[in-house]
Design a protein around this ligand. Structure first.
Ligand code: ATP
Ligand code: MG
Length: 586
């Protein structure tokens, strides 16, 4: 189906009150220093994420407003800003009583339970560095990360500890304290650990936020591991300035919003936008403990009156796969803004949002390394389906080519090159854990090099081409997997597509696609031929896949990204490499 290349906003679509209707003016007037001045800060130029996210509201008019609404199968638990302040102070006092010092690392490993959110914010308040892990990690990825990060404290649950940590504890010499939240609600002492609830009950509610410096380490985040072994990205308290500005300009958060970020805090999106950004704006966040379930998600959107929804392409594709009827059993009159991050968002998915939820989906781009949203289809600007959007205020982005001497040169608009960002935004990573050489290699002069290939159009919108590692070289053409995957997804039977280059003696690489199908469609030779023909029509013979295989699901990281390197390794019978972040793996 032919669809317009641009979705213009009507007055009804525009944010109220407008955050940046006149984008050019906002961009011209913006500076990081001015954004920083919107935050309260601490005496002497100190800055602490927890102070801005929690204390500022707890001491003010928002004290009684719900900060987090935790949903689980059998209960709803609200925490107001005032309660969050008291609990995080207790947690900071617990750390102090255990002799955990400023700058020491606290790892958190739990489902989306209140204790995790309190531990993250309480640790920041205490001046400790937080590193979140996916609760679904097996023992090995947990051990590797705690060892690399020299974790002094681990906050987890009794059940997770028994299943995953007890056996590896002896291999973690840096780990002095393990604090257990009890999943059953019964304090049940486990040797060598502390009962978190008991320590919290004994701790006081007064704690003066540690006056961390803006460039003091705050968060240690491991990347998704889509292209290889996950890297530890180091972020400082000043990142809060990016969280504030992007919450305002990319997600359009206002004080009366009900915001739902579906990302798990084990992934950077789940902390930057699942914890920090909404709190900065005094917004109520929905946190659902359960895993993805299409019916449940539609129900949450409706029943909780979600106004701003931030999710990921993989979830959107799963909702599309479940069919539109399910979505139509619910209504979303309060929803006004939907955004997505993590992978390229196929134009089909942008339109699906418009047709099924009543709101086209705003794609945006960033990385663990950037700490916050850098490029976005902004609330007040027209959406170009398939484009990542334009740089946020304060962000300078360019398409560059690396030269042999290590410097870079700009690529003219319309040409493919590496997406680069001008150094200096507050949430820029300040190092790769224990890997200074890798950090150095990310920069060419003033430019941070993202490792993603993209192009910029004449209107200044950026288009994702592919990860540098995934780009396919076939008969002299450079082929971005995203373009091929998006074309396949236009076919009504296709739910998901992953495309790789398969070595070929004649043309270098041939394009091979793996697809999973929507409900009601079955794999078969006729469909395969139909898809091959559809892709050839859409893309031309040089770019279209030569081979298509059907899979029930595609291999994904826990943050929802298609692992093309795994599709390729399996296709070629090569070792699978690091699979610690593979969904459904150990
Ligand atoms: P690793 O670096 O370990 O291989 P990863 O790059 O998947 O894993 P993240 O930092 O979670 O780890 O993901 C950032 C990457 O995700 C980006 O560099 C980009 O490749 C992809 N990405 C994120 N958002 C988008 C988007 N809107 N469009 C296209 N790609 C995106
Ligand atoms: Mg990456």
């Amino acid at each position: 189906m032919a669809r317009p290349a641009i979705i213009r906003k009507t007055p009804a679509d525009l944010p109220v009150p407008p955050n940046l209707v006149d984008y050019a003016a906002v961009r011209a007037a913006f500076s990081w220093a001015a954004a920083r001045a919107e935050l309260a800060g601490l005496p002497g130029g100190a800055l602490n994420i927890a102070q801005e996210a929690v204390e500022r509201h707890a001491q003010g008019a928002r004290r009684e407003r719900v900060a987090f609404r935790f949903l689980s199968d059998d209960a709803v638990r609200d925490l107001t800003f005032g309660e969050l302040s008291r609990l995080t102070s207790r947690f900071a006092n617990v750390l102090a009583a255990l002799g955990v010092a400023r700058g020491e690392r606290v790892f958190v490993l739990a489902g989306r339970i209140p204790e995790l959110y309190v531990a993250v914010l309480g640790s920041l308040k205490a001046g400790c560095v937080v590193s979140p892990l996916f609760s679904a990690f097996g023992p090995e990825p947990i051990a590797t990360r705690i060892r690399l990060g020299e974790g002094a404290v681990l906050v987890t649950t009794d059940a997770l500890y028994r299943r995953k940590v007890a056996a590896i504890r002896a291999q973690l010499p840096s780990l002095r304290h393990v604090l257990l939240a009890s999943e059953s609600g019964e304090a049940d002492a486990v040797a060598g650990t502390h009962d978190l609830a008991a320590l919290m009950a004994a701790a006081g509610e007064d704690f003066a936020t540690v006056a961390t410096q803006p460039d003091e380490l705050a968060l240690l985040h491991f990347t998704s591991g889509t292209t290889g072994m996950p890297k530890g990205a180091m972020h400082v308290h000043d990142a809060v300035v990016t969280h504030w500005a992007t919450g305002r300009y990319a997600l359009d958060l206002h004080g009366d919003d009900v915001f739902w970020c579906t990302a798990d805090p084990g992934w950077v999106t789940g902390t930057s936008y699942g914890i920090v950004a909404p709190l900065l704006h005094g917004v109520t966040s929905i946190v659902d403990a359960a895993d993805f379930d299409a019916e449940r998600w539609y129900r949450i959107l409706e029943e909780q009156g979600v106004t701003v929804w931030y999710t990921a392409p993989t979830a959107i594709r799963l909702l599309m796969k479940a069919g539109p009827e399910l979505a139509r059993q619910h209504a979303y009159p309060r929803l006004r803004f939907v955004a997505s991050v993590g992978e390229p968002l196929n134009p089909e998915a942008v339109w699906w949002g418009k047709e099924v939820l009543g709101h086209a989906i705003h794609d945006n781009w960033w990385q663990t390394e950037t700490g916050g949203i850098m490029i976005a289809n902004l609330p007040a600007l027209a959406i170009k389906p398939g484009a990542m959007g334009v740089p946020l205020p304060g962000v300078e982005a360019a398409i560059v080519r690396r030269l042999a001497d290590g410097s870079v040169e700009p690529v003219v608009d319309g040409g493919d090159g590496e997406l680069a960002l001008k150094r200096g935004w507050p949430s820029m990573l300040r190092g790769h854990l224990n890997d200074a050489a890798r950090y150095e290699k990310c920069f060419a002069g003033d430019w941070y090099l993202s490792g993603d290939l993209a192009r910029r159009d004449a209107d200044g919108y950026f288009w994702f081409v592919g990860r540098a590692d995934d780009v396919i070289k076939s008969a002299g053409h450079l082929i971005g997997p995203f373009e091929v995957e998006s074309a396949l997804m236009e076919h009504p039977a296709v739910a998901e597509a992953g495309v790789i280059g398969k070595p070929d003696a004649v043309v270098g690489e041939v394009v091979k696609a793996f697809v999973s199908l929507k409900a009601g469609h079955a794999p078969g030779e006729a469909l395969r031929l139909e898809l091959l023909a559809h892709a050839r029509r859409r893309l031309g013979a040089a770019v279209a896949p030569k081979e298509i295989d059907f899979l029930t699901t595609l291999p994904r990281t826990r943050s929802g990204k298609i692992m093309r390197r795994l599709l390729k390794a399996r296709e070629l019978g090569l070792p699978e490499g690091d699979t610690s972040t593979l969904e459904g793996g150990a």
